[in-house]
Each structure stands twice: as structure tokens, then as C-alpha cells.
Design a protein around this ligand. Structure first.
Ligand SMILES: [Fe+2]
Ligand SMILES: [Fe+2]
Length: 365
């Protein structure tokens, strides 16, 4: 532990934000579903130290099934298959460390946005709920940091993730904060947590993600229930602005140019694990077709098409105009086979939101 000081060497420069703080003098319940969600959240609080078994060492063999979170299943390449058990463990461990580090930094962003929402949202029930979310996010920061400490080291935040968190923290519009955080960032996170939780066999990671994913499904529900109430009251211009904010956030996180920066951050980590990243990438390029063919339907759909866009549609934030932009962006990144050749086909393929997100995230739906 470093020595206590007013200025810490690890803090960043600080971000100027434009948030407005709003008092609400009417304390009666007004948005029933948010009040219920708040009560549910207080009942579902858990304690990281008490409820997770931190003394368990990480099981290397069981950890092997943890998904790497890159867009192609590189663990199926002949190059990967030819590596020794020791090298595979090092690669899996460090790649997961990188991915979990970005979850961790994202959780810190969520912690601060949730705290801003307490200040900025105008309805009492929404302030109450955001207060419970703030507590949840503090716990998520705590558990991810602790787990990474057992596995690897905390890696720096990916620039794309930082940009979206900054934009969400900086805006003065609380609805944009809700859309940026609850719908886009947490939608993508929920999708990733679900995948990691359901595929990993490492018991501590599985337990930790079970608790976190349950909380996150509530955060997503807060966004949906609150935003879908607000959207019908917006002017056309306001709704367009909100749609564009969601589009830009998604674009920053998944556009291939930003994915490129994600890949370039991970290459040195792979080299640390003792392989030649260029050789692995060459093998991925060579075997790409077979890798894509082996991917199952849901994975091919991906988090934006499979979850974020359905959420936006449910909230009334998917006009034909913005849907066309989403289609365009996804087609450039994933190709027409995955996203559909035209807007009509694209919209047809968008699934409905799961009826019970909490069950869906735990693989029970
Ligand atoms: Fe979280
Ligand atoms: Fe969250």
C-alpha cells in the first residue's frame, strides 16, 4: 500500500464536467416500477468479503475454458493448438487479465456515472435507485480488482472505453448519461459478463460474475424502465440527439478502427506470454473462414445487434434513420452475411429483448 497523500501518483488529471445538480422536493413515490426496483436492489445487496471464497487458488485447468473475448475463436487455430500447456495458460491468464482490467475500469466509470445520476435525475425514485447502483458499482470495482490481483496485474484502460466513459461523465444531459451508461456500456458489459460467466469453469470467477451479472441486469432494467417512460415526452430534435449519442457510444466501442487499437494493446501482452503475436495473427488470417463457420448463431450476432439495439428499440430510440446508421456501421465491420444486406433484413434479424434479463444472463432463459 502506498503512503497516504493528498495527491496520489496514480490518479489522472481530472475531467471537467457539465453536470447540473437537481433537488426534488416531492418525496412521494411517483415512478412505481423504479421504486420497486430500488427495494429489490436493497434486498439483493451482498458482501464481497463474506459471500465469495477468496482463499481458493485459481484452478488453472478449469480456467482454460474462460473465453478470450476477441472477435474470433483464436483458441481453435492450429497455432494455438500447437502450444504447450504452460504457454496456453500464460496466454489465457494474461488475455483474461487484460479483459478483466477493462471491466474493472468500466466499473469505476459506472460508479461515477451512477453517483452523478443521484445528483442529476429529477425524480425521487430514480435518485434512490441510482444510490443503490452506486453501492453495487463500488462492490464491482472491489471484486474485479481483487480477482485480477490473484490472476495477473491491472492493465491500462483501452482508449475507446475511456472515451465513452468520458463522454458519459461530461454531458450535462442526464438522459444521455442513462443512455450511454445503462443502455450502451452496461448492455455490452452484460453481454460479455454473461458469456464469460456461462463458459468459464473457474469456480471463483464464475461465482463472482454470477453476483455481478445479477446486479447488472437490474441496472439495465433501470435504464430501460426509466428511459422508455421519458422518450415519448421528448421533442423530435431531443430524441434524435439521444439516438445519436447511443450510436456514437456504440461506434466508439465496436468500430473496427477502435478494435484495431484494442488489438494493438493486446499484442505486447501476448509477446509477454512467450509467443510470436505475428505468427498467431497470420494463422488466424489463414484459417479465418473455418473459424467464422464454427461460430454459433448468437455469437455471430454480437452484443450490439444481439442486445444493445433491441434495448434501444424497446426504449423508443431506434428510428429508421438511426437504424440505417447502425446497419451501415455493422455491415462495414461484420459484413452483410451477419447483419443483413439491407435495412429491412437487418431489422428483421434483431431479436426481442429477453423477457427476464436476470434469468437470461444466468443462462436460465
Ligand atoms: Fe457494474
Ligand atoms: Fe452496472
Amino acid at each position: 500500500m502506498s503512503e497516504f497523500a493528498l495527491q496520489t501518483p496514480t490518479q489522472d488529471a481530472g475531467l471537467d464536467t457539465a453536470m447540473k445538480v437537481v433537488f426534488q422536493w416531492d418525496y412521494d413515490p411517483q415512478v412505481e416500477e423504479l421504486r420497486r426496483l430500488y427495494v429489490k436492489a436493497t434486498e439483493a445487496q451482498w458482501i464481497a468479503e463474506r459471500d465469495l471464497d477468496w482463499d481458493r487458488p485459481i484452478d488453472h485447468a478449469k480456467f482454460a475454458a474462460t473465453p478470450l473475448g476477441v472477435s474470433l475463436p483464436i483458441e481453435q487455430t492450429s497455432y494455438w493448438q500447437s502450444l504447450s500447456e504452460e504457454t496456453t495458460w500464460e496466454l489465457t491468464r494474461r488475455t483474461a487479465g487484460f479483459r478483466l482490467s477493462n471491466f474493472l475500469h468500466g466499473e469505476q466509470g459506472a460508479l461515477m456515472v451512477a453517483a452523478q445520476l443521484v445528483n442529476a435525475v429529477p425524480h425521487t425514485d430514480a435518485k434512490f435507485y441510482a444510490a443503490t447502483q452506486t453501492m453495487d458499482e463500488a462492490r464491482h470495482v472491489e471484486v474485479f480488482a481483487r480477482y485480477i490481483g490473484k490472476l495477473d496485474e491491472v492493465r491500462p484502460i483501452a482508449p475507446a472505453v475511456k472515451r465513452v466513459l468520458d463522454a458519459t461523465l461530461q454531458t450535462d444531459d442526464w438522459l444521455k448519461k442513462l443512455v450511454g451508461m445503462q443502455i450502451v456500456v452496461e448492455g455490452l458489459a452484460l453481454y460479455s459478463f454473461r458469456e464469460m460467466r456461462n463458459l468459464t469453469e473457474e469456480p471463483l470467477l464464475k461465482d463472482l460474475l454470477t453476483y455481478v451479472a445479477r446486479d447488472e441486469s437490474r441496472h439495465h432494467a433501470y435504464g430501460v424502465q426509466y428511459v422508455e417512460r421519458c422518450v415519448p415526452l421528448l421533442s423530435d430534435a431531443e430524441r434524435t440527439e439521444l439516438e445519436d449519442f447511443a450510436l456514437e457510444a456504440a461506434r466508439t466501442l465496436i468500430d473496427s478502427r477502435n478494435q484495431q487499437t484494442l488489438v494493438s494493446s493486446i499484442l505486447p501482452i501476448w509477446a509477454e506470454a512467450g509467443i510470436d503475436p505475428a505468427e498467431l495473427l497470420a494463422c488466424v488470417a489463414q484459417e479465418r473462414e473455418a473459424l467464422v463457420r464454427n461460430m454459433r448463431g448468437a455469437r455471430r450476432l454480437g452484443p450490439v445487434q444481439g442486445f444493445v439495439i433491441p434495448t434501444l428499440r424497446r426504449c423508443g430510440l431506434l428510428s429508421e434513420r438511426v437504424a440505417a446508421h447502425f446497419h451501415d456501421m455493422l455491415r462495414q465491420n461484420l459484413g452483410s452475411t451477419v447483419v443483413g444486406a439491407d435495412l429491412e433484413e437487418f431489422l428483421e434479424r434483431i431479436p426481442d429483448l429477453p423477457r427476464d434479463t436476470a434469468a437470461w444472463v444466468l443462462g436460465q432463459a
